[in-house]
Write a protein that binds this ligand. Structure first.
Ligand code: 5AD
Ligand code: SF4
Length: 443
């Protein structure tokens, strides 16, 4: 008998992809996705623990399910993702109505774990850090929107141990998937109509480093193999640690037409003292050099970044250095966050010197200036022709939305009908804060 599965996903694209994989795996157990939580026979909360707030969100969603479980004891509730990994038994003690607490590396065992859960009357934990990478490569693709683009996980985990970051503890050490599995997965997706893939990893530039040197394939070389797949129109990737950004990768922007001209290059801070304490292993000067080089290879690249304000010990001068760096780079967009202490990440041992109020003040200063820069940057596109991949109807009546290679959402008016994934050409008429407005070119 068919059953309904509701998944709430928090956090990054890695989690989005994991949610897709879980949904796909459970179709084998006759679970099908629903958007209606009231109708669900099983609920998965795929959690994120990157900052304290994300963890609170996860717990508050899980807490709100207590009543449902009481009303319907057959309901299966699973907590997955980074908070699940980090909390394990502690989560079960706090949320006894949860049936299974599953770490990110064990989601491939979901059907088995669900079968166990339906036989037990007490919750259990599955959080061991298995060291093999098991992605079921060929799963029936689910018809649930976005039929033209997909995420493809190429590696899991992280070895960098930035002192603020919980990811190495929740997602474990780096493991790369086999090149042949990744290429087969993309070929399979393309055969099913997918036009764009985004290759995902916590630090894609260290792809392959866990393999012996003589058989290793670099990320740049993987990218070339993926881009060579016929029928695929666009390739993106995320995320990169600036310390590992190589010229071999920059060269891909010259050689591969399908590689989208957007680079997310998280800098985190603009002061060498803070970068050192964050264990980022680059300096402001070496970061700026890489940005300059990247722009030589790909002058049209749109750059985005992540920034943390209020890291322990961040002085007014350190913060001014971050502001200075943003003026030098002039990012197209930036994601900025207040520092949040995340045990057992190393920075928890550092004394917190910046008050919440001061963090808020610095964040507002940063964000206000970034808005101005984004608007200026987006207006630099006015008059340029761009190729868009149609995403669907825009939120504004009578308009369509597409995505540019530079990763901008671009809206244009048209009475015609377009199919998601279709390519069209436009000319940009106006830059807005988070999007561009364009006119359709009829060719
Ligand atoms: N506090 C605040 N921001 C953080 N990030 C990661 N860990 C923390 C933390 N402890 C931010 C970084 C990272 C992004 C995904 O989240 O900027 O690049
Ligand atoms: Fe959140 Fe990081 Fe886990 Fe992604 S990997 S879900 S951002 S903690």
């Amino acid at each position: 008998m068919n059953k309904l599965l509701y998944i709430a996903t928090f956090g990054c694209q890695m989690n989005d992809r994991d949610s897709e994989i879980m949904a796909q795996l459970l179709t084998k157990e006759s679970y099908f996705p629903t958007d209606d939580i009231d109708a669900a026979d099983a609920i998965i909360v795929n959690t994120c623990s990157i900052r304290g707030k994300a963890e609170q969100k996860a717990y508050s969603m899980l807490g709100s399910l207590r009543r449902r479980k009481k009303q319907n004891p057959q309901l299966i509730i699973a907590a997955t993702g980074c908070v699940a990994q980090q909390e394990g038994e502690k989560m079960l003690a706090r949320m006894p109505h949860v049936d299974i607490v599953i770490g990110p590396r064990l989601i491939y065992k979901l059907p088995e774990l669900f079968a166990q859960a339906s036989k037990r009357d007490k919750g259990f934990v599955a959080t061991e850090q298995v060291s093999s990478f098991v992605i079921p490569p060929f799963l029936p693709s689910l018809d649930e929107g976005l039929p033209y683009k997909r995420f493809v996980t190429i590696m899991q985990g992280c070895n960098n141990y930035c002192t603020y970051c919980i990811v190495p503890y929740t997602r474990g050490r780096e493991i790369s998937r086999k090149v042949s599995d990744i290429v087969s997965e993309v070929e399979h997706l393309v055969a099913g109509g997918i036009k764009e893939v985004t290759l995902l990893g916590q630090n894609v530039n260290s792809y392959g480093n866990d393999q012996p040197k003589d058989v290793r394939t670099s990320f740049a070389s993987l990218l070339r193999q993926v881009a060579a797949i016929d029928g695929l129109n666009r390739v993106r990737f995320t995320t990169s640690n600036p310390k590992d950004l190589s010229e071999e990768l920059m060269q891909c922007f010259v050689d591969l037409d399908k590689l989208c001209t957007h680079f997310h290059l998280p800098v985190q801070a603009g002061s060498d003292a803070i970068l050192k304490r964050m264990n980022r292993k680059y300096t402001v000067a070496s970061y700026l050099e890489k940005v300059e080089k990247l722009r030589e290879y790909c002058p049209e690249v749109s750059l985005t970044t992540d920034i943390i304000v209020g890291f322990p010990g961040e002085t007014e001068d350190d913060f001014a250095a971050t502001m200075d760096l943003m003026e030098k780079v002039r990012y197209h967009a930036a994601f900025s966050f207040k520092y949040s202490s995340r045990p057992p990440a190393k920075s928890c041992e550092f004394e917190e010197t910046v008050t919440e109020e001061e963090k808020g003040r610095r964040l507002a200063i940063f964000q206000n200036r970034q808005k101005e820069i984004s608007l200026e940057r987006n207006n630099e596109y006015v008059g340029q022709e761009m190729e868009l991949m149609i995403e669907g109807k825009s939120k504004v009546e009578g308009q369509w939305a597409g995505r540019s290679k530079s990763n901008h959402t671009v809206n244009f008016k048209s009475q015609d009908t377009f199919i998601p994934g279709q390519l069209v050409n436009v000319v940009i008429e106006e830059g807005c804060l988070n999007s561009l407005r364009a006119k359709l070119l009829v060719k």
